[in-house]
Design a binder for this molecule. Sequence first.
Ligand code: SF4
Length: 381
Amino acid sequence: MARADDIQPISPLGMTLEAYQQRCAEEGVGPGRALEAYKAVFREGATHSAPAKVTLPEIIKRHEEPVNEGVTIKFVQRLLNPDHRLSHRGIDFDDIESVIIPMLGRSGKKTHTLCVSSQVGCAMGCDFCETAQMGLIRSLSASEIVAQWHAARFIEGIEIDNIVFMGMGEPLDNLDEVFKAIACLTDRYGAGIPMANITISTVGRIDGLKRIKHQVQQEGWKRLGLALSLNASNDEVRSQLMPINNKWNMQELQDILLQLREVRGGRKIMIEYVLIPGVNNDPTHADELAAWMKPFLKDPTREKAKGHTGLLNVIPYNPRRDSPWPAPTEQQVEAFIDRLYSHGIFVNRRRTKGRDTMAACGQLGTAEIRKRAFVPLNTPK
Ligand code: SF4
């Protein structure tokens, strides 16, 4: 066996313990030593415990905003760009953003949710979204995704209870690395975050949702959380807001989500609806949305199952930079929600946290990076 100190360091970020032990074995390092190093990195925040060495991206910006539950923290990490297509313009880094959001549970217990980015920018081109304005620069590796958790946990020093893939990027556009990152974050010898506390949020790439359908049938993955960014009540409005809808419409989305409900044992799917005044907040929109949600009200295959299997989150729009639309008024939000209630739809009203620091949903993306986008906004293939 080689001495752990004598070999080239190997970072475990983005790896399960099993994968790390295999990689270490290739260098002649035994499984016991690999386990110690793995635990040191994920449980104690060590950045150097031979053979493990972790080089964390520098945090170049940080904003705090007090909210009722505590403080929302947005931090920006600067990554070296492995793709040198932009080097001739003197750009050899990428900035990515993550947000730590305090929450109060029903029992009054305070928890923290980390919103991670899966890409630098995004190719999906959703009209209401700040990140969309950047276009896609590149996808992140599993290691870069897990580094966001490491920074939140050990640089910010905050115990992270939940992780949501709702930051920059469409996670289903980078699913191999997202799956690897989740396998790492849920490894019980490392970060040990329960699978049920991790949520992937998508705009509805059906090809990716089919892969998730397969993945959640693998051991340990059944409880993976899922959220859909719906944002419209009919195809006409949705296609205007979200180009992805030209490829896969709302009926196809409903079909695959109902299949996912089956294989996930009736677990709830979160349906996100960003309420934009003058775009998707008419009473008729609420009526159409209620009709689309109806199949999620009760799982017909599970007689005893209680409650809805689709949970609707209404999120007041946070105006992006240069937005053509304002935020909705309190009255508009209440009128829309009341109309949904009248159809028997349970609605969770998501309060905006971090609007002032541009850290709220759909607002990730820095002005500096936006100028650099080189992959055009497009309709998904
Ligand atoms: S809402 Fe999500 S998928 Fe749409 S452009 Fe923004 S980051 Fe991409």
